[in-house]
Design a protein around this ligand. Structure first.
Ligand SMILES: *[C@@H]1O[C@H](CO)[C@@H](O)[C@H](O)[C@H]1NC(C)=O
Ligand SMILES: *[C@@H]1O[C@H](CO)[C@@H](O)[C@H](O)[C@H]1NC(C)=O
Ligand SMILES: *[C@@H]1O[C@H](CO)[C@@H](O)[C@H](O)[C@H]1NC(C)=O
Ligand SMILES: *[C@@H]1O[C@H](CO)[C@@H](O)[C@H](O)[C@H]1NC(C)=O
Length: 197
């Protein structure tokens, strides 16, 4: 009995030492490269979340010398599709406070819209609203949504933002203000509701 106890003490010591060394190596590795940790929101200066409503007009100018929307790609079958299925348009469309294109510009919508529906004209919208005015100057909102352009009101998710719009989420409602069938140019009214800090 006494002999068994004497034999098991060194084994116990060796196992404990191994476990301790293993734990030390783990914490050392964690201190060297820390991949993630929990932060209190106030560390980033985040206080109370607020809701903002933005109202502006989007000018989609597809023709003329100063076009702001250019077709960059299409499928071989796009022109024979009633919905233009497969075309891709790159835009840098002005955003103004009123429907008149000469009214004050507050930013632009930069990105892509593409015909993504074969049943009706339904656009995939992947755009950043880049604001250039006042407290929003330099901040952006990112939109990823569907735009069935012949519906009276279209709703597009706001999936994020930068600057004053960090952590943004919300939605945009689009209503066609005017659509010129001859030129293809459109003016679209937007109401954007967004939560941010
Ligand atoms: C295009 O833009 C230029 C410079 O802003 C302006 O002078 C011209 O009138 C515009 N042309 C058209 C067709 O809108
Ligand atoms: C399709 O139509 C556009 C104009 O709407 C034209 O620029 C393009 O060349 C046409 N593509 C084909 C493959 O016919
Ligand atoms: C927006 O910010 C840019 C860069 O900081 C600055 O040059 C520009 O004057 C600002 N515009 C307005 C309208 O505040
Ligand atoms: C529609 O576009 C055509 C061609 O650019 C232009 O002549 C006409 O004045 C526009 N109509 C309206 C109502 O702006």
């Amino acid at each position: 009995m006494a002999k068994t106890l004497q034999n098991s003490i060194p084994i116990f010591l060796i196992i404990s030492l191994t476990v301790i060394l293993f734990l030390i190596s783990l914490t050392t590795a964690q201190n060297e490269y820390q991949f993630s940790k929990t932060l209190p929101p106030k560390r980033l200066g985040l206080k109370k979340e607020k809701l903002s409503h933005l109202h502006f007009y989007f000018h989609d100018i597809v023709s003329g010398k100063n076009a702001t929307a250019v077709r960059v790609a299409a499928a071989a079958s796009t022109n024979s599709s009633v919905t233009g299925f497969g075309f891709v348009v790159m835009i840098d469309d002005p955003l103004t406070v009123g429907p008149d294109p000469t009214s004050k510009q507050v930013g632009s919508a930069q990105g892509i819209y593409a015909s993504a529906s074969q049943a009706e004209v339904g656009l995939l919208m992947v755009q950043n609203y880049v604001f250039t005015d006042g407290k929003y100057n330099g901040s952006t909102l990112s939109v990823l949504g569907r735009n069935a352009v012949f519906s009276a009101v279209r709703e597009l998710p706001i999936v994020g933002g930068s600057g004053v719009f960090r952590f943004a989420r919300g939605y945009a409602q689009a209503r066609t203000h005017t659509f010129n069938l001859t030129s293809g140019n459109a003016i679209v009214e937007y109401n954007v509701y967004v939560f941010h800090y």
